[in-house]
Design a protein around this ligand. Structure first.
Ligand code: 13P
Length: 270
């Protein structure tokens, strides 16, 4: 079990990685770690997360109020977003927010990451929806993110960046890496041609592997609003449940899309 100082050191280490991998520019990004129900460590606002030392890290309560901060440091301006995740996901112990280049490009174009193109992304993430745009530091972002918290462990923030969360800081950070790698692969394969996507059956087989691994967290394999209603999940209904502007696809529409896709693929011999 890490003590508080060791957690602060780990936050600095993750800050370096996020910065060195170009997932944030300048002073962007923020992350936090839950110590217990009433105490959380978070990165300070307005500093480069690539150059932090443990003294930079602030401590806040469950409402984001400062418990301890060294002179010159204030908690992240996005602390409300972090607190909303902890409030609505008791299984989460760490939250990471960054602006990775490819993931943020998709968020700016309003395109959720829903095309099933590689096994690891399907198994680890399922789909990555887009939470609708909110002004930084306001309650608009936590409110927009809230819609997806029970179904996904990573979301894009429209015209802004990405958010991931997990049972540990390392896992939340790895989730951010996976989101960015998935976004980069999707972007580059679209540049090269039309990405070959998995069939609904192949997706379901991958979902089954995830279930057998007993992987923790929220994932469309079990929780996509459509899948939950016994309908095709987002990988086979064009990610409609991940589109912030559109209502979840009607069950009948989802069925129709799935059956047309199946017939077309059969005719193409796929
Ligand atoms: P803070 O430095 O206040 O955490 O804000 C950085 C950021 O990326 C806001 O979205």
């Amino acid at each position: 079990m890490q003590n508080e100082y060791e957690i602060k050191k780990e936050m600095c280490e993750i800050g370096k990685r996020v910065y060195m991998r170009g997932m944030v520019a300048a002073n962007d990004g923020n992350f936090s770690v839950k110590l217990n129900d009433h105490e959380f460590l978070c990165t300070p606002t307005g500093v480069s997360k690539g150059f932090m030392t443990p003294e930079y890290i602030c401590k806040v309560d469950e409402n984001g109020n400062v418990i301890q901060a060294n002179k010159g440091f204030k908690p992240s301006s996005e602390i409300k977003m972090h607190m909303r995740v902890y409030k609505e996901r008791p299984d989460v112990n760490a939250v990471v927010h960054a602006h990775p280049l490819y993931a943020t490009t998709f968020a700016i174009c309003g395109i959720p990451l829903t095309e099933p193109i590689m096994p690891e992304a399907v198994i680890a993430l399922g789909c990555v929806p887009i939470a609708k745009y909110g002004r930084p530091s306001t309650m608009e972002i936590p409110d927009a993110v809230s819609e997806y918290l029970q179904y996904f462990d990573a979301v894009l923030l429209e015209n802004h960046g990405a958010l991931s969360y997990s049972d540990s800081l390392l896992n939340a950070y790895h989730k951010m890496e996976s989101v960015e790698f998935y976004a980069q692969l999707l972007y580059q394969s679209k540049m090269l041609g039309e990405p070959q996507t998995f069939s609904p059956q192949q997706v379901e087989d991958l979902y089954e592997i995830r279930r057998q691994f007993g992987m923790k967290g929220k994932h469309p394999a079990n929780l996509c609003p459509n899948a939950k209603a016994g309908k095709p999940s987002c990988h086979s209904c064009s990610g409609s449940c991940g589109k912030s502007t559109a209502a979840p696809v009607a069950a009948d529409d989802a069925d129709l899309v799935a059956s047309i896709t199946k017939k077309v693929m059969e005719q193409l011999g796929l």
